[in-house]
Design a protein around this ligand. Structure first.
Ligand code: ES4
Ligand code: ZN
Length: 324
């Protein structure tokens, strides 16, 4: 099964590139940039990744990315991940990035874009790996700032496959970002949003109705609302589910308790993703393997899940045919 899952062509639709920063690279970049880290060793970093909820993770996630300063850093970060993903049989990666988290520490948007763009071209050339770019807004910061970032990104609008919405969900409902997402819609940029990770089913409805998203990142809490489940099934809305993330952020106690089998039984359009692989115990392959252990799914189920992601990927039809 490990061989089968490695060879299965996998498309990843939900990855935060800053969450792919492994402790080894964190230390290397800290040294290169003269940044002090509150850890003495790689082991100490990994030991600190014992989260009680989304916020306790976000605190370390924003601290970890403080080592990223130059375009070269962003390039190295992304290439480091693309190489690992490629070795796991990942053929396409859609990466969220968080411009506001970098702007807040004085790292300007062109620096981030230059580094990520260079890595994307290199991944295509050297690994045959296609990539997409999702510029995410931080929902725990104000909407005016998000709108400003969207305008500042004008030179890069053509390069954005979508805009997204991430960070602390509770208390930051989709309503807050109606104007920003309306602006993206008018620019012809597709929209996605995290919803129903820690937040209620109403946030999933809000993301669909108020933000016009074409897919829901996480969405696992939809099961609390049967009418919403029926709608997600009828519309075949893609859910980018992140199994190991949900365990590590205590959305569920154990993977065996995860709603994934119920989501599938409801006929929903589910995909498997890694979210923040450096923080949650593994990339795409580890997520697939963990599901195999927890749910004992057959090959057809995994083919279905991987196929769902390929059908939903932001690629042209020629590339989709290659991925199939
Ligand atoms: C995130 Cl797991 C998760 N949820 C919301 N926002 C995020 N940013 C990075 N990882
Ligand atoms: Zn996420």
């Amino acid at each position: 099964m490990r061989d089968f899952l490695t060879r299965l062509p996998k498309a990843e639709l939900h990855l935060h590139i800053e969450g792919s920063l492994e402790p080894e690279l964190m230390f290397a970049l800290a040294e290169r940039n003269g940044v002090a880290l509150p850890y003495a060793s790689v082991e100490e970093v990994r030991a600190a990744y014992d989260f009680s909820d989304l916020q306790s993770f976000l605190d370390l996630y924003y601290q970890g990315m403080s080592v990223l300063h130059t375009a070269e850093d962003f390039h190295d970060l992304a290439m480091d991940y693309f190489r690992r993903a490629h070795a796991e049989g990942v053929v396409h990666v859609e990466m969220h990035f968080d411009p506001q988290a970098h702007l807040a520490r004085g790292v300007e948007l062109p620096v981030v874009m230059e580094g990520l763009s260079l890595a994307r071209r290199e991944a295509a050339r050297e690994l045959g790996l296609s990539t997409a770019l999702i510029m995410a807004f931080l929902r725990d910061r104000d909407a005016e700032e998000a709108l400003k970032v969207l305008e500042e990104a004008a030179p890069y609008w053509e390069m954005l496959d979508a805009v997204g919405l991430d960070s602390a969900e509770q208390g930051n409902p989709p309503e807050k970002f109606v104007e920003v997402f309306e602006r993206a819609r008018r620019l012809g940029i597709p929209r996605v949003a995290h919803a129903g990770e820690e937040g209620p089913p109403a946030y999933i409805r809000g993301a669909l109705d108020l933000l016009g998203v074409c897919r829901i990142d996480h969405g696992v809490r939809c099961l609390g609302d049967p009418a919403l489940v029926a709608r997600l099934r009828d519309e075949q809305t893609v859910l980018t589910v992140c199994p190991l993330s949900n365990v590590r952020l205590r959305v569920v106690d154990r993977l065996e308790d995860h709603p994934l089998p119920r989501l599938l039984a409801e006929g929903l359009n589910v995909t498997l993703n890694s979210d923040d692989p450096a923080y949650f115990g593994g990339g795409m392959l580890e997520n697939f393997l963990a599901c195999q252990r927890a749910f004992d799914w057959d090959e057809a189920t995994f083919r279905r899940l991987a196929g769902n992601a390929i059908e939903a990927a932001f690629v042209d039809e020629a590339r989709r045919d290659e991925l199939r």
